[in-house]
Design a protein around this ligand. Structure first.
Ligand SMILES: C[S@@+](CC[C@H](N)C(=O)[O-])C[C@H]1O[C@@H](n2cnc3c(N)ncnc32)[C@H](O)[C@@H]1O
Length: 223
């Protein structure tokens, strides 16, 4: 199954399970939601980062249904948001939820596209770029596109570590049952080497719970 086809059918259940726990439909997602507290930790890490950075405009890649972008605008951490996701289902819902929240296209817009097919001007025009739970799903070509267009920008992504742990073991079983198309895990050394390959030598690494995130700041940025 392709990454796109997978996320067209999976994204709604995934988000319900990740953030709404008991409301998640289906037995597997209900069980999985018991082990997803770290996803709220990740979301909160992103909120904290945005409060520090206060970028005027933010691009979120792999934005799902736009939860983080809506929150960032409503809290006044950013003025304008753009969201990109491979899943048309996610983007249609993101547009609907933004309208329902009273957020017009003057402050929040979305594009249904895979990294690699998205408008590069969106990457180059944002003050900051963020992606949560995204790097796991990208191909080498998509890394080249993404990091190639991020020079001079502030950006932050989390990654899924390679360490042996009960949660990683359960996640592997879950992926098998859920038939995830493909999935990458990294050591910190691999992340550093990936970034160094694109000229980003000194990422700041942040960790909370089992979440690992790197932040690269635009040259000269003070926040
Ligand atoms: C694990 S979910 C995370 C969603 C959201 N960022 C969050 O943390 O709540 C991964 C998201 O990445 C999107 N995605 C996967 N592969 C992608 C790609 N190649 N290009 C753009 N989005 C992608 C999926 O559709 C999905 O919404």
């Amino acid at each position: 199954m392709s990454q796109k086809r997978f996320w067209e059918t999976h994204v709604i259940d995934w988000e319900a399970s990740a953030y709404e726990g008991a409301a998640a439909p289906g037995f597997l997602e209900k069980v999985a939601s018991r082990f997803r507290g770290h996803l709220t930790v990740r979301f909160n890490m992103a909120c904290k980062l945005l409060q520090e950075l206060r970028p005027v405009s933010l691009l979120e890649i792999g934005c799902g249904q736009g939860r983080l972008l809506r929150r960032a605008i409503q809290e006044g951490w950013i003025q304008r948001g753009r969201g990109v996701d491979i899943s048309t289902t996610a983007i249609e819902n993101a547009r609907l939820l933004a309208r329902q929240a009273g957020l017009g296209e003057d402050c929040l817009t979305f594009q249904a596209a895979a990294v690699g097919e998205m408008d590069p001007a969106w990457l180059e025009g944002a003050d900051a770029v963020i992606g949560l739970g995204l790097l796991q799903y990208l191909t080498d070509e998509e890394y080249a596109f993404l990091f190639g267009h991020l020079r001079g920008r502030t950006f932050a992504f989390d990654w899924h570590g390679r360490e042996l742990s009960a949660i990683n073991l359960m996640h592997t079983v879950y992926r098998l049952f859920r038939r995830y198309p493909f999935y990458r895990r990294f050591s910190e050394a691999q992340i550093r080497s990936l970034l160094a390959g694109y000229g980003f030598e000194r990422p700041e690494i942040r960790r909370e719970d089992c979440i690992s995130m790197f932040v690269v700041r635009a040259p000269g940025s003070t926040n």
